[in-house]
Structures are given as C-alpha cells and as structure tokens.
Design a protein around this ligand. Structure first.
Ligand SMILES: [Fe+2]
Ligand SMILES: [Fe+2]
Length: 191
C-alpha cells in the first residue's frame, strides 16, 4: 500500500516537472461565443497530435505483444492490428494535411501508461501461460477502448467545427478499432 502511494506521488511530481520544462503549456479553450470556434479548433488539433503520438507508439509496441503471446490466434490478431495501426498513422497524416498543418506528435501520457501496463503483464506472467495471453488481451482491450473514446470524440468534434471530410476519415479508423476490440473479446471467449 505504502509502496504504491509513493509511486503515485513520484509520477505526479515528474508530471509537474514535465509540464514546467519540456511540455508546452496546454492551450486554454475559450468558451466565449466570439472565440468559441477557434478554441474548439485548437482543442481538435491538440487532440490529433496526441493520438498521432499514441498510434506511433503502438506501432513500436504491438510487435512486443505479438512476440509475448502464446496463442497463434492472438499472435495473428496483433500482427494484423499492427498493419491496421500503420494505416491509422497514415490517416492522421492525411488529417494534418487537410487541416493545412505540419504533422506533429504530442506525447500522450495515457497511451504511455497503457503500454507500460502491457509490459508489466509480460514481466509478471510465465511465457506460454493462459494467464499471460489473458493479460495481454485485457491490456490490448484497454488500448482499443482508449482509441475508441478518442476517435469517437474527434469525429464528433470534426463535425462541430464543420469538417465533415475529416470526420469521415476518423470514423473509418473508429470502426476498425471497434472491430479489433470485438475480435479480442471473441479470442478471450474461445480461450
Ligand atoms: Fe489505432
Ligand atoms: Fe487499435
């Protein structure tokens, strides 16, 4: 108990350090009627930079999950989702282009945390065990749910700021994340 609370405190102080040094301050979203739309556009762009970092991080991490999995079905699911994730990266680059912005990644703390959690499962389980595969599926589903929440919100926000073209691109990715989540559920059920 004491150990985990000191861990938490550590993370908080390093977060503060990051904010004050390397990280640019988060933009304040205006709620005034005159500048409200500009605030939403900034929020949208910031969120695209976040998920762009997250998808790139996944391209590096999914192969570790694939290597750690014992079930062939699960290995294949990771291998297939790696290719799909590369498409998600490419779609976000298309979004930057449509926005007339340079592609840019902004560190996503949530995805970094989820990836660390996945690595923890690999460290704390025996290779080839059912516990490891089950843990990997749970970790992967947390990632998919984070992506589903992000793309769902971004697609709605794109429509709000009048970019139905971009909303359509994001909706394609959203439906692929939902498919990946459903596949992981069916693998877990069959195990
Ligand atoms: Fe993705
Ligand atoms: Fe995904």
């Amino acid at each position: 108990m004491a150990k985990s609370s000191s861990k938490k405190q550590k993370a908080t102080s390093s977060d503060l350090k990051n904010q004050s040094s390397s990280k640019p301050p988060k933009k304040v979203v205006s709620t005034s009627p005159e500048s409200g739309e500009a605030g939403l556009e900034d929020l949208f762009l910031d969120s695209v930079k976040d998920i762009y970092w997250a998808e790139n991080h996944l391209v590096k991490n999914i192969p570790k999950m694939e290597k750690a999995a014992a079930s062939e079905e699960l290995q294949k699911a990771f291998a297939d989702h790696l290719e799909i994730t590369k498409t998600h990266v490419a779609r976000l680059e298309q979004v930057f282009e449509l926005l007339g912005e340079k592609k840019q990644a902004q560190k996503c703390d949530a995805m970094e945390g989820l990836a660390i959690e996945g690595e923890g499962i690999i460290e704390n389980t025996i290779a080839g065990s059912a516990a490891r595969d089950t843990g990997l599926i749970m970790a992967a589903q947390k990632v998919e749910h984070y992506e589903i929440a992000t793309y769902g919100g971004l697609a709605t926000l794109a429509k709000t700021i009048g970019r139905d073209d971009i909303a359509g691109i994001l909706a394609e990715t959203l439906s692929e994340e939902k498919e990946a989540d459903a596949l992981l559920t069916s693998i877990a059920e069959s195990m």
